[in-house]
Design a protein around this ligand. Structure first.
Ligand SMILES: Cc1cc2nc3c(=O)[nH]c(=O)nc-3n(C[C@H](O)[C@H](O)[C@H](O)COP(=O)(O)OP(=O)(O)OC[C@H]3O[C@@H](n4cnc5c(N)ncnc54)[C@H](O)[C@@H]3O)c2cc1C
Length: 458
């Protein structure tokens, strides 16, 4: 079956785009997908969760309607079947779009099944052996199942099985107070569930600055989420039709009893059943495929793109992996992973937009830096919209005047952060933006003001 120039395993956020570029360059491509076209983002990640976030926001705003002088005329209800149907419609349209585009792509053959390497440049799917000079692995990852005593004896949920939930869990216990867990926690609280978040670290989203963590914890608590940090889950057991989670905190054992448990404590790459050893492809201790700056594995002609290489954990990083590989192999453009600037968002409400270094990371460098912060209460757009939670923080290198990092926890933080990202890619000094006239009333209009208020980081 040596009639393909390239094989792409997995249709995540980089594989399909790469297939289109390769075909456009005249190559014959085989694409293999074992489950849902579009992968995690489209089916069990970004798209469906942000659709749920939108439904939860509507419920939240409806309950606050009176604040805006709007009367609803009765209690606000959430129809979970309709919420799920909306989510399925949005995610389904994306999935079908990816599937259709690949299946109708001339020069591309789609194989549906689980792919495994059976030789260096050979992959088998359902007994069919394919070979090609170039193989691209885009297999993504899945929820990590922690080894907690008793967990395997209870019907726990992950981000994937949450997609089938069309009812209101009475009490959802979320194991893990990081990005995925917090989005689900707030969403289900807004739908009407009792929600408890259990986090091992002393604070939520421990990778963020302490002020960010505590502001997020504060608004979640205000909405009624029971947040327990510094808490280790030491056991889980079925208790009739409920689930008891045993928690150890400051040397004491206590129990949280709920109706459903969501495990959101991390991800692992889908590389354990891929036959990587048959191809001699090296992974790290956690199973991530090792790649160089151009995403080449240790085996010439084999690349790993997306979450499975451990160099990114987002849709935009996976898509950027596609761009890097395509640029290198098709455009003679030596793009590299290390040219990428860290940027991501947490889609709580308000969201957190993040770019570059945190304040803690800047401090650790010991280099002289400037900082500017502003509470969202000082932003007139936020005030007008009645959404003033959070704050903005910008860090600048004192010598070069370039942006080192920023955190925008507040209204439109996931969008405003791009002001910084663009400036960083341009390697422009902050003074460029200080002189820009931004539109009023927006959140972004305060960025030039913040630039004018930069102070030495003490
Ligand atoms: C709940 C949740 C919310 C998220 N929200 C965001 C967000 O808001 N923004 C963001 O940027 N990122 C978000 N992410 C992360 C984002 O979804 C991933 O980073 C992104 O989907 C990674 O894509 P990928 O290209 O690595 O592969 P994936 O999207 O994971 O796709 C891999 C594909 O490979 C297939 N596959 C695996 N093994 C095989 C095999 N052996 N044979 C054939 N096919 C195989 C799988 O079925 C899958 O379709 C979220 C993730 C989760 C879990």
């Amino acid at each position: 079956m040596g009639d393909h120039d390239a094989i792409i395993i997995g249709t995540g956020q980089s594989g399909p785009s790469l297939a289109r570029r390769l075909v456009a360059a005249g190559q014959k491509v085989a694409v293999i997908e074992r489950k849902f076209f579009g992968g995690t983002c489209v089916n069990t990640g970004c798209t469906p969760t942000k659709t749920l976030v939108a439904s939860a926001y509507a419920a939240y705003l409806a309950r606050r309607a009176g604040d805006y002088g709007v009367t609803i005329g009765g209690p606000v209800g959430v129809d979970m079947k309709a919420v799920k149907a909306r989510k399925d419609a949005v995610a389904g349209a994306s999935r079908r779009g990816v599937e259709r585009s690949l299946k109708t792509l001339e020069g591309c053959t789609v194989y549906e099944g689980h792919a495994r390497f059976v030789g260096t440049k050979k992959a088998a799917v359902d007994g069919v052996v394919l070979d090609a000079d170039r193989i691209f692995i885009n297999v993504g990852g899945r929820a990590l199942a922690p080894s907690i005593p008793g967990l395997d004896q209870v019907p726990y949920l992950t981000n994937s099985s949450m997609m089938d939930v069309d009812f209101l869990p009475q009490h959802l216990i979320v194991l893990g107070g990081s990005y995925i867990g917090l989005e689900f926690a707030q969403v289900y609280r807004r739908f009407g569930s009792e929600v408890t978040v259990i986090e091992l670290a002393p604070r939520l989203i421990a990778r963020e600055d302490e002020d960010v963590s505590s502001a997020v914890a504060e608004f979640l608590k205000e909405e009624g989420v029971d947040v327990r940090v510094d808490s280790k889950v030491v056991g889980v057991e079925k208790r009739g039709n409920r689930i008891a989670v045993k928690v150890e905190s400051t040397g004491k054992i206590s129990q949280v009893v709920g109706t459903h448990v969501l495990v959101a404590i991390g991800r692992r790459p889908n590389t354990d059943d891929l036959g990587l050893d048959k191809a001699g492809i090296a992974t790290d201790a956690r199973g991530y495929i090792q790649v160089d700056d151009q995403l080449r594995t240790n085996v010439p002609g084999i690349w790993a793109i997306g979450d499975c290489n451990g160099r990114g954990a987002f849709t935009h990083t996976s898509y950027n992996d596609f761009e890097i590989v395509a640029a290198n192999i098709l455009d003679n453009d030596r793009r590299r992973v290390t040219d990428r600037i860290t940027a991501y968002a947490l889609y709580t409400d308000p969201p957190l937009g993040r770019v570059g270094m945190t304040e803690a990371e800047v401090r650790k460098t010991g280099e002289p830096a400037l900082i500017s912060t502003m509470p969202m209460e000082d932003v007139s757009r936020a005030f007008e919209k009645g959404e003033t939670k959070g704050f903005m923080k910008i860090l600048v290198d004192r010598e070069s005047k370039q942006i080192l990092g920023a955190s925008f926890l507040g209204l439109a933080g996931d969008e405003v952060v791009h002001c910084m990202l663009t400036l960083m890619y341009a390697k422009a000094p902050y003074t460029v933006m200080q002189r820009a006239t931004h539109i009023h009333p927006t959140v972004s209009e305060l960025i030039p003001t913040m630039m004018g208020e930069l102070k030495p980081l003490q």
